[in-house]
Design a binder for this molecule. Structure first.
Ligand code: NAD
Length: 464
């Protein structure tokens, strides 16, 4: 949980543990007031002839403020500035992408007897609850489609990373009717208040599977519409003819990005037994080129993990490696005497399927590499998890890779790449990695309800 008192959150810099800023928090009573303003603003918003123009303006404002938002993001979240700038770019592009989408009614049927139309209505006020790993991008992925569809939004950022969201709120205020978008800062209890408030018709949530279950239960009395983007334990499977250099650099780029705190990062790597040692050597070589440190230092490639709970969890998982018979192979330099939440990135060998680091979602820079003997067995191993977010298969033979990918239980199966999520492609998990999709047209429709208008034409007087 975040530091502070009952009315404030103290936002810490995870690299230095210094206080970046104290932020006032909001209560359930503030939520009531916010909802009143949101309903009035929404009426005005629904009268706006071209909502896309507003989204375009936001996209431009965010792009123009890339550097200042990235600085705040790095200070509160820990990621290297280069990654923070990219994340702000993703947010700007998300608003531009949704500005280009349209929600015109679809004609499902039209002949001399009948015309059937499908209309897309907004859901009212949407509650957007985000995690701390991509506070800027996640907010934009949710807010842009919600607003284009005609909803008002209440945003609740994670309590350890509210500053970048507040920064975005300042930009959104310059464009949208007052009260249409409101960011409320608070802990998990404020999230619960949003989930259980009858005035909110839709919850779009990114975070842990455990919280996803609580949100589903909390919103059940109102049958709220839900989009849940939850945890993952993505396998990456190298086939015997994989291009090892490309596979290792492609996997490592995502597995250690944002200090491994990426929902769709490869979290288990399966390698043919005779290639195992060579692949591990290549990962260690990759790590030797990395520098752990304060994200604000332009030389840093891997920052601290984001918060104290993460650091504690990863320390426990690190200790579990030896207990489970595994070995850690590090290689990166840094972070010197910085006091922050640093976890030395490592590839891990010698574990089997029963090891904690293999079974659990590590959400940190510890990557197990496991040897396999046959493809059927590796498919079974890859699917032996409650999660089903992403998976990748690496091979020079695309048909062979696609055949294996097709057997993997995951919302996205990549071939010769692992991530990223793309704005125009629906993104979501199967099994307990989520419900529904974000991004693409589906991400827009998720903020609407479909209403059918079924018209019997005057000329058709004979049909009963
Ligand atoms: P979390 O579930 O604890 O918190 C996420 C957000 O939910 C925060 O804003 C928090 O305050 C709020 N929250 C917590 N309890 C709540 C409740 N009962 N009701 C309403 N809101 C509540 O998650 P976390 O630990 O901050 O994030 C890490 C997890 O998120 C990892 O498991 C990771 O895989 C997952 N994640 C998934 C995706 C994805 O797109 N699938 C993306 C990022 C993170």
């Amino acid at each position: 949980m975040a530091n502070g008192d009952a009315h404030h959150i103290e936002v810490l810099n995870p690299a230095t543990l210094s206080v970046v800023e104290q932020v006032p928090t909001q209560s359930a009573a503030d939520l009531d007031a916010a909802l009143r303003t949101a309903s009035t603003a929404r009426e005005e918003w629904l009268r706006v002839p071209q909502r896309s123009v507003y989204l375009e303006a936001v996209s431009e404002l965010i792009a123009a403020e890339t550097e200042s938002i990235a600085q705040v993001l790095t200070a509160e979240q820990g990621k290297p500035l280069t990654q923070a700038r990219l994340e702000v770019g993703v947010a700007a592009r998300a608003f531009a992408y949704y500005a280009g989408q349209r929600l015109a009614p679809e004609v499902l049927h039209d002949d001399e007897r009948r015309r059937v139309e499908r209309h897309f209505h907004p859901l009212g006020v949407a509650g957007l609850i985000t995690a701390w790993n991509f506070p800027v991008a996640l907010l934009a992925w949710k807010a842009a489609p919600a607003l284009l569809a005609g909803n008002a939004v209440i945003i609740k950022p994670a309590p350890t990373t509210p500053l970048s969201a507040l920064r975005l709120q300042g930009l959104l205020d310059k464009v949208f009717p007052q009260g249409l978008v409101q960011t409320l800062v608070g802990g998990n209890d404020l999230g619960e208040a949003i989930v259980t408030h009858p005035g909110i018709g839709k919850i779009s949530f990114t975070g842990s599977t455990q919280t996803g279950r609580a949100i589903m239960a909390g919103s059940a009395p109102y049958l709220k519409r839900l989009t849940l983007e939850l945890g993952g334990n993505d396998p990456a499977v190298l086939l015997p003819d994989a291009d090892l250099a490309a596979a290792v650099s492609g996997i490592a780029a995502v597995a250690f990005r944002n200090a491994g705190q990426v929902c769709i990062a490869p979290k288990r790597v399966y390698v043919p037994r005779d290639l195992h040692d060579e692949v591990v050597d290549r990962f260690v070589d990759h790590l030797r080129g990395q520098r752990v440190g304060d994200g604000a230092d332009e030389q840093t490639t891997i920052g601290p993990v984001q918060n104290a709970a993460q650091a504690t969890r990863l320390t426990r998982l690190r200790e579990s490696v030896a207990a489970d018979g595994g070995l850690l192979h590090a290689g990166a330099s840094g972070p010197g005497d910085l006091p922050g939440y640093f976890v030395q990135p490592a590839v891990v060998t010698g574990l089997d399927e029963s090891a904690e680091l293999v079974r659990e979602e590590q959400f940190g820079p510890l990557l197990p590499v496991l040897a396999y003997d046959d493809v059927d067995a590796v498919v079974r191993s890859a699917n032996r998890t409650e999660f089903g977010l992403g998976a990748s298969v690496w091979s020079r033979d695309l048909d062979a890779a696609v055949a294996v990918a097709d057997r993997l239980d995951a919302g996205t199966r990549w071939v010769n790449q692992h991530g990223p999520a793309e704005l125009d492609i629906p993104f979501g998990g199967v099994k307990q990695s989520g419900l529904g999709s974000e991004l693409g047209r589906e991400g827009l429709l998720a903020f609407t309800e479909s209403r059918i208008t079924n018209i019997k034409k005057q000329s058709d007087r004979t049909t009963p």
